[in-house]
Design a protein around this ligand. Structure first.
Ligand code: SF4
Length: 337
């Protein structure tokens, strides 16, 4: 163990997080938590993790569940490809004997939705394998401490080399949590260097490398709010891939004038009513503006079979898996009607 790791571990014993609900050596719990924690904070993940573990306490239970049930419990956590990959990976893992989980990072990284850092974290926590992680928090600590400027391929190689060099051969589970916690609790965007055990040797000069982020393009959609007394609001299932893949949503079009044709395609004849104020949602690569439009149904002709690609939703929890902004819109409408 080098001086860096020893300092981080000593700090962790007194100041790190020791009561996270997934802490322990259960590979299933660790896998679930690491996937949920990708691009998401601990605070946001904890209630989702508890609900998930309660509904699907084992990899076999998760594999037996329908994707709809998994997406419903994931609803609101975002980055839904994670839930689809988790479900697909569970079905692969469930083919093994109960309790027989992969023990190497390479085997985990071969499963859907698991990158090198997530795979390393799982085997470090569950089996004590000395595998190096490089998630966003650790990347920030190492790049500041070692003065690595990026982002580019050379910086990435250097950071992985530093991550491997600092990963100890023993106490690896504690060290992995420790370096994650140091990044999350001290080495944040505005770092608390005065409290950091690494301050004496840290190369950080107060300036992070500029992040080359192009402005996010704007997209706009119009969503049809179709309601029938006693039945609720009409939802349609989105295609399995792409943004919000497999989730339930409102019928939509990128052009207001095309919305009646979308409604007609579902077997209804509708007339456009008033529009409501647009709501905005920010994705990793673009910003979305959603304008809800009331559509009055004049008649219902031959439509798609209810239950496969469309359904009526009257509210209540957990309900089907819906994107968070759509769920808010639908619930607001149901409460107001
Ligand atoms: S001294 Fe400051 S910048 Fe360096 S690792 Fe610690 S918190 Fe981060």
């Amino acid at each position: 163990m080098d001086g860096f790791s020893a300092k981080v571990l000593a700090w962790y014993r007194g100041h790190g997080r020791h009561d996270l609900p997934w802490q322990g050596a259960d590979p299933y719990a660790r896998w679930l938590a690491e996937v949920m924690l990708q691009q998401t904070t601990v605070t946001a993940v904890v209630p989702y993790y508890r609900r998930f573990m309660s509904a699907f306490p084992s990899v076999q239970a998760l594999a037996r569940a329908s994707l709809d049930d998994v997406l419903a419990l994931w609803s609101g956590l975002g980055y839904y490809a994670r839930a689809r990959n988790l479900h697909a990976a569970a079905r692969l893992l469930a083919m093994r004997d109960a309790g027989d989980f992969p023990r190497t990072a390479d085997e985990w990284a071969a499963l859907p939705g698991i990158g090198a850092s997530t795979a390393a974290a799982i085997v470090a926590f569950a089996f004590g394998v000395p595998a190096a992680i490089l998630d966003a928090n650790v990347r920030r600590v190492l790049s500041r401490y070692h003065g690595v400027r990026g982002p580019d391929a050379q910086a990435e190689r250097l950071l992985w080399a530093h991550a491997r060099a600092h990963t100890p051969m023993h106490d690896v589970a504690a060290y992995t949590q420790a370096i994650m916690d140091l990044g999350a609790l001290l080495c944040r965007k505005a770092p608390e260097c005065a409290r950091c055990p690494l301050a004496a040797d840290c190369a950080f000069d107060g300036k992070d490398a500029p992040r080359q982020r192009p402005p996010k393009p704007e997209r706009a959609v119009y969503m049809a709010v179709i309601a029938e007394p006693g039945r609720g609001v009409l939802l349609v299932r989105r295609p399995p891939r792409g943004v919000w893949g497999g989730l339930w949503s409102l019928p939509e079009s990128t052009a207001l004038a095309a919305l009646p044709a979308v409604v007609e395609g579902l077997g209804f004849e509708g007339a456009l009513g008033p529009s409501y104020p647009a709501v905005r949602h920010v994705f990793t690569h673009f910003r979305l503006s959603i304008t809800p439009v009331r559509v009055a149904c004049l008649s219902r002709g031959r439509g798609l079979a209810e239950g496969c690609d469309m359904m009526w939703y009257k509210g209540g929890t957990p309900g089907p898996g819906m994107p968070a902004p759509v769920r808010r819109l639908v619930n607001q409408f149901l409460e107001a009607s």
